[in-house]
Design a protein around this ligand. Structure first.
Ligand SMILES: NC(=O)c1ccc[n+]([C@@H]2O[C@H](COP(=O)([O-])OP(=O)(O)OC[C@H]3O[C@@H](n4cnc5c(N)ncnc54)[C@H](O)[C@@H]3O)[C@@H](O)[C@H]2O)c1
Ligand SMILES: O=P(O)(O)OC[C@H](O)CO
Length: 389
């Protein structure tokens, strides 16, 4: 079952996570999950919930996939190599998926959340809480996913689950920490929604932290994918550790500013769902966003990289939705704008990097409000062009 952990532990015995006692029997305990979306992350979360002692129904859009999961106990398409416990049953019937669920995890790509949310809402029992595990901002409206869920699924309590968590490592039992946020978490620390979800999902290898800052948690997840594309482009272009460190540090600042402008807290962004996920995604080619950016930096064609792929690269559409939102709020996000200019407007990588380096000198922190031209503006683009492959 725990192939990833096996790699690490060598011949050491692998704990059977399904054997851990579940102390989750009180009336508010979440014992049955509906997981909507059988991509890599939905499947890994279904496996985690089952290991934590819950019963799980996993909804896959494709009936062939739900049939294959029930037959083979594996998601060979999107999370190959990891056994799916018997406590997980797959279906492509939405009403069957949500029947009797104590909580619904939404794990489809961000741009499908409104449509799928409406479909779930129509068949789920009133009042059943929804946990958003997708990362993004809606392209059409520029709205955060929690707003989209509130509109598509009115009257349901909402939580956000986010943080540094490659699906395959979660399924492989690598120790992982994430954040789960709900609005009632601070006023109701014992049995607020985030606490109940954390208890229901915690295993010896999966450790949720509890937050009451839905916006702060959500913004980190949406923006890190865009910054990961930037880091990938820099790496594929041959730039090294200095550039990477500058991008993640200034990218973190963009996240903080956006979160604050939306009513979230800057400190939340320094936690798992912000800094943690940024560090993970920007440093590993396991990330679809980072590896997509790297391929762009190596001058592969975007059309070739995106056509016919099964898995989602959230940062491509979110480069546009995140910067649309930032523009509306008057928030400067130059790195996200640079990624947008490359992936959505066809701007050459050299020109986009040139525009970033031409920007006037600024203060860190921005509150000092210094903006001074540096005098190199005319030379930057030629310099960058010469540096690039
Ligand atoms: N994979 C990870 O490691 C990971 C970890 C944390 C968060 N996430 C987030 O979870 C979300 C889902 O990612 P994933 O990795 O599970 O996806 P994936 O790339 O593995 O697969 C996408 C799945 O969504 C389905 N899908 C595509 N369009 C759809 C639509 N319009 N309606 C319904 N289903 C649709 C596809 O059929 C496929 O099953 C994303 O927002 C991603 O950022 C992923
Ligand atoms: O593969 P990515 O880039 O979509 O990242 C997956 C997760 O969001 C990491 O936390």
């Amino acid at each position: 079952m725990l192939e990833g952990l096996n790699d690490i532990l060598g011949d050491a015995p692998i704990p059977d996570m399904n054997a851990f006692p579940s102390d989750k029997n009180d009336a508010l305990a979440i014992k049955k999950f509906a997981v909507i979306g059988a991509g890599a992350w939905g499947t890994a979360l279904a496996i985690t919930a089952a290991r934590a002692g819950a019963e799980v129904t996993l909804w896959a859009r494709d009936p062939a996939l739900s049939a294959a999961i029930n037959r083979d106990r594996i998601n060979a398409q999107l999370l190959p190599g990891y056994d799916i416990p018997d406590a997980v049953s797959a279906t492509s019937d939405m009403a069957e998926a949500v029947a009797g669920a104590d909580a619904i995890l939404l794990v489809v790509p961000s741009q499908a959340i409104r449509d799928i949310g409406e479909r779930v809402h129509a068949v789920a029992a009133p009042g059943v809480p929804v946990v958003l595990a997708s990362k993004g901002v809606e392209r059409e409206s520029g709205k955060l996913m929690t707003t989209v869920v509130a509109e598509a699924m009115p009257g349901r309590p909402i939580a956000v689950l986010s943080g540094p968590s490659f699906a395959s490592e979660v399924a492989g039992g690598h120790p992982t920490a994430v954040t789960i946020a709900s609005a009632d978490a601070a006023e109701n620390p014992q049995d607020g929604l985030a606490t109940r979800l954390s208890l229901a999902l915690a295993t010896p290898s999966f450790r949720p932290y509890i937050s009451d800052d839905l916006i702060g948690v959500e913004v980190g997840g949406a923006v890190k994918n865009v910054i990961a594309i930037a880091c990938g482009i820099a790496s594929g272009s041959g730039f090294g550790a200095n550039t990477w460190a500058a991008l993640i540090t200034r990218g973190l600042d963009e996240m903080k500013t956006l979160a604050q402008a939306l009513g979230g807290r800057r400190e939340t962004v320094t936690g798992l769902s912000g800094m943690g996920d940024l560090a993970l995604t920007c440093s590993s080619e396991q990330s679809r966003n980072m590896s997509f950016g790297k391929a762009l930096g190596e001058r592969q064609r975007q059309e070739d990289l995106l056509s016919n792929r099964r898995s989602v690269v959230e940062g491509v559409v979110n480069a546009v939705s995140v910067t649309d939102l930032a523009r509306k709020l008057g928030v400067e996000m130059p790195i996200c704008e640079a990624v947008r200019s490359i992936v959505a407007d066809g701007v050459e990588i050299s020109e986009a990097i040139g525009r970033l380096m031409e920007r006037p000198l600024k203060a860190e922190p921005a509150a000092m409000n210094i903006t001074i031209p540096h005098g190199n503006e005319d030379d930057v683009e030629d310099y960058v062009s010469e540096m690039l492959p």
